[in-house]
Design a binder for this molecule. Sequence first.
Ligand code: GRF
Length: 213
Amino acid sequence: MTGRTTPIAVLISGRGSNFEALYRATREGRLPGRIVLVLSNVATAAGIEHARSLGLHTAVVPSRGAGSRAAHEARVREEIERAGAQWICLAGYMRLLSAEFVAAFPNRILNIHPSLLPSFPGLDVQQAALDHGVRVSGCTVHLVDAGLDSGPIVGQRAVDVRSGDDAQSLARRILRQEHELYPDALRRLLTEEWRIEGRRVLFGPASEVRAAD
Ligand code: GRF
């Protein structure tokens, strides 16, 4: 990738497969960014070990026993600012961010969620989707606000629910789509003109805006 690349921090709590997908996209020239920090709030997260083995800058800021949420977030923010990250990608980061934290990086925090929001925010969402009997589920990349999985939607991918599905098989197929959607959604934000109108992320010059597709 030639030219300038955007410094990105990825925040994780576990496996880190979406972090890996973002990393691969930067290495393969599909995403004009570079990962300057991989931060976990869980010391044993598999993703942080992998990030270390790739030679990336990592930080563990344990949330357990950290005192107040504000104290934990202040340390996370310090790491992000020290690394010089301009965008923050939440990738399985199991913490809600405060309004203060979100306001410090306005429209520069993304999250990926394994359902078609606004259906099924929160946890155990594949089981919830199956229990509800939906025929289609999928994944969503959205800008982060102070709510739970509630910010403006940047991109979505649909995945058919099959009659033999359990939560694991559905999660696996959705995850494959997540790995394509996340780098793609961030690439659009970094390379195209866009703005937010109400809840809508509109791509393209202001004169000929079209909704995110
Ligand atoms: C993904 O399903 C993501 O959508 C959700 O948490 C899971 C994280 O998986 N927010 P991984 O750690 O990226 O493998």
